[in-house]
Design a protein around this ligand. Structure first.
Ligand code: SAH
Length: 204
């Protein structure tokens, strides 16, 4: 998988090492385990999907910004199965991750604990408001598509920090927002396909 990611243009060796060290097959149902290393998004129940390895590599690389972003504290919105969370836990000191579907998060919590990943804090909530009590964050990653980033999330991005997320509706693009001394600077990148960000929480 790591070799293919290199061929697909993921360059950051820190990200590649992190992805190579996490057993991705443990994040999908057993019936799909044999496909876990293919470059596809796979279903993880509740109508959600685990992002493809290329997406995880690309977004993680963008968040690190070639190592320029030290990633002391990272916020992830849309924990899902927790694979991206586990990768973030390897490349950041502290990871906060929010998921709106309770039962999905319960499974992920157990999985990440079993893997011995400790520098994460998982929260069952609507992530659209972020987690201001834990911010500001050096990196914010959203793994569900949104038409426009709410002001309240931008306020939680530290100076010098970076946010990576899919932007749009039907047509979606990876988008980066940098918090610079001159303000928030947005860059539009690759065309992608994500499930939408949804309001509210699901308990069971
Ligand atoms: N990174 C995850 C991606 C899962 S898909 C993985 O690879 O498994 C996107 C996730 O975002 C879903 O789990 C979905 O339930 C979650 N999500 C959607 N809207 C949300 C919201 N408002 N707050 C928190 N999580 C949300």
């Amino acid at each position: 998988m790591v070799e293919r990611l290199r061929e697909q243009g993921v360059r950051d060796e820190v990200v590649l090492a992190a992805m190579g060290s996490i057993p991705r097959h443990l994040f999908v149902e057993e019936a799909l385990a044999s496909r876990a290393y293919e470059d596809v998004a796979l279903p993880i129940n509740y109508g959600q999907t685990i992002s493809s390895p290329w997406i995880v590599g690309r977004m993680s690389e963008l968040l690190r910004n070639n190592g320029d972003n030290l990633l002391r504290k990272v916020l992830e919105i849309g924990t899902g199965c927790g694979y991206q969370t586990a990768v973030l836990a390897k490349i950041a000191n502290e990871v906060y991750s929010i998921e709106r579907i309770g039962p999905l998060l319960t499974r992920t919590r157990i999985r990440l604990r079993e893997l011995g990943i400790r520098n994460i804090y998982l929260k069952h909530a609507d992530g659209m408001r972020g987690l201001s009590e834990a911010g500001p964050f050096d990196g914010i990653m959203m793994t569900a598509v949104i038409p426009e980033i709410p002001e309240i999330l931008l306020e939680q991005l530290a100076m010098g920090g970076r946010m990576v997320f899919p932007k749009g509706n039907k047509q979606q693009y990876l988008c980066v927002i940098d918090h610079t001394a001159e303000g928030f600077v947005e860059t539009i990148l690759d065309e992608v396909m994500f499930v939408p960000i949804l309001p509210g929480i699901i308990n069971r």
